[in-house]
Design a protein around this ligand. Structure first.
Ligand code: CLF
Ligand code: SF4
Length: 493
């Protein structure tokens, strides 16, 4: 198996300033919860404990912590027009696709194998490939087994909500701390365009009846979770012309019912996937349309913008998938859990997070003290740790940040085909990368060759390695200051 995405060594290494190494090696606090307890002032400690190392519920945590999904729940009780589940597919990267289905015992072996190898692992999720609540016995058996072996792993499920209400009490008993409900409508007239049928209480329903029942169950489930203090996230698939405008209403409803986050995701639609929407030519939104809707939703339920629409067997930091390294044929039949790597990693991250937070606060102060106008769209190549530490040619995605006087905001990501293949740049892929970077002003990466840099420049996109290995926010604030002809040290209040 290859090395972890962020090794302990790479996290403990200094980058541009030398401070990281100093703080990692001689930081004043040796507690493993030190930096991890740097909670925002507006957040209560119980919520902070739940999100501080959950890569989906905290944008900050997704730079450091990984999730894994086990595909134990293949059965589903509804049909969504954007879904076609595949159980033996290693190529497609979208929800509902897996390489192999697992039994609860196989899932336990896989979780132990990943936990022993991947110190970033903090969350076990069951996200299908069907519905985790409908296929409940396998979900329950898996969580029970894993919690016995690895008590500190967070447990998370994703569900369509139809079978949720009758399982809420068991979710609480199993200590499942995070639940995602996919809610695409609060008006059955919209719902009937998305769901051709549901299967509920031994009966099949279609049309408005199906959408109405689904809606009522989703709202009830959400309210029950909120009453019990289980953190909820709502995933909504943005389907242009079907529910895109309607999601503003969805955001209001879920906020009123206690949702912690709202994650609006673009419809993935391709005839090759064999979904109803793919075959009927229903298009998904482009990156700018998605961002425009997300911007309109600001001020309502808090938005998640860093979702990667994972496979149901994804493993690793969001945006990378190491699932193929952990298929059953790679895992020994008998193995025990060794907590050493995960514990050591947390101690390093705890110290680094203090350093990262200080750099981030400094960057925000710098921006806030400027009097200039305008925003800057920055695409960053990173492989984790909150730093610009990926080469342009190796990047499979760019993380996009918006810098303005109000701060530096993560606004999404752009997936790409990597430019470098076998050590050489591929001219053919550069056109796709340039198209994916529509609207971006500057690309920040650890390294970039002259050839792609020149072609990006010709397309109006500047690229630089000048901030290689710096913290992302620190680099962006320095860049923003430079763009406006300001010396950051003078701009700092
Ligand atoms: Fe998995 Fe989902 Fe839990 Fe995360 S994924 S069950 S909340 S552990 Fe995360 Fe993947 Fe987006 Fe899901 S990035 S698809 S939001
Ligand atoms: Fe597919 Fe999930 Fe919809 Fe079921 S609920 S049809 S698994 S997307």
């Amino acid at each position: 198996m290859s090395a972890p995405i962020i090794s302990l060594e790479s996290l403990a290494k200094t980058t541009s300033s030398g401070q990281l190494l100093t703080s990692a090696k001689s930081g004043g606090c040796a507690s493993s919860s030190c930096g991890l307890s740097s909670r925002p002032t507006h957040m209560d400690s119980a919520t902070w404990e739940k999100i501080k190392d959950h890569p989906c519920f905290s944008e900050e945590a997704h730079h450091y912590f990984a999730r894994m999904h086990v595909a134990v729940a293949p059965a589903c009780n509804i049909q969504c027009n954007y879904c076609n589940r595949k159980y033996d597919c290693s190529n497609e990267s979208r929800p509902g696709v897996v390489s192999e289905k697992l039994t609860p015992d196989q899932a336990l072996r896989k979780v132990i194998a990943v936990a022993n190898e991947l110190p970033q692992l903090s969350v076990l999720g069951i996200a299908g490939p069907g519905d985790a609540c409908y296929d409940w016995e396998k979900t329950r058996a898996t969580f029970e087994r894993v919690a016995r072996e690895i008590p500190d792993i967070k447990l998370c499920i994703s569900t369509n909500g139809l079978a949720l209400p009758e399982h809420v009490d068991q979710l609480a008993e199993l200590n499942i701390s995070h639940v995602t409900i996919t809610i695409n409508m609060v008006d059955p007239a919209v719902g009937e365009k998305i769901y051709p049928w549901i299967f509920y209480r031994h009966r099949r329903y279609t049309g408005m009846d199906a959408a109405k029942i689904l809606h009522e169950r989703q709202m009830l489930g959400l309210e029950m979770l909120s009453e019990r203090g289980i953190l909820t996230k709502i995933n909504s698939v943005m389907i242009p012309g079907v529910n895109d405008q309607h999601l503003i209403e969805v955001n209001k409803w879920v906020k009123e019912r206690g949702a912690f986050l709202h994650n609006v995701m673009p419809l993935i639609s391709d005839p090759a996937h064999g979904t109803c929407f793919g075959l009927t030519g229903q298009r998904g939104p482009n990156a700018l349309e998605l961002k425009a809707l997300q911007d309109r939703l600001e001020g309502g339920a808090k938005l998640m913008r860093h979702c990667r629409q994972c496979r149901a067997d994804a493993v690793g930091l969001l945006g990378t998938d190491r699932g193929q390294e952990f298929t059953l044929d790679h895992i020994p039949p008998e193995l025990g859990y060794n907590s050493g790597k995960r514990r050591a990693y947390r101690e390093v991250v705890a110290r680094i997070l203090d350093d990262h937070l200080a750099a981030k606060n400094q960057a925000m102060t710098t921006l806030a003290s400027m009097s200039t106008r305008g925003s800057l769209q920055v695409a960053v190549a990173t492989k984790g740790g909150g730093r610009i530490n990926e080469h342009f040619g190796h990047a499979k995605e760019f993380q996009v940040y918006e810098a303005s006087l109000t701060g530096i905001k993560f606004v999404g990501h752009r997936k790409i085909e990597p430019y470098c293949r076998g050590g050489w740049g591929e001219e053919g892929t550069l056109g796709g990368i340039i198209a994916a970077l529509e609207g971006i002003d500057v690309v920040l990466c650890a390294k970039i060759g002259n050839c792609p840099k020149k072609q990006l420049m010709e397309a109006g996109i500047r690229a630089t390695e000048a901030f290689g290995y710096d913290y992302i926010e620190a680099a962006i604030s320095a860049l923003y200051a430079a763009e406006h002809g300001i010396d950051p040290s003078q701009a700092t209040a």
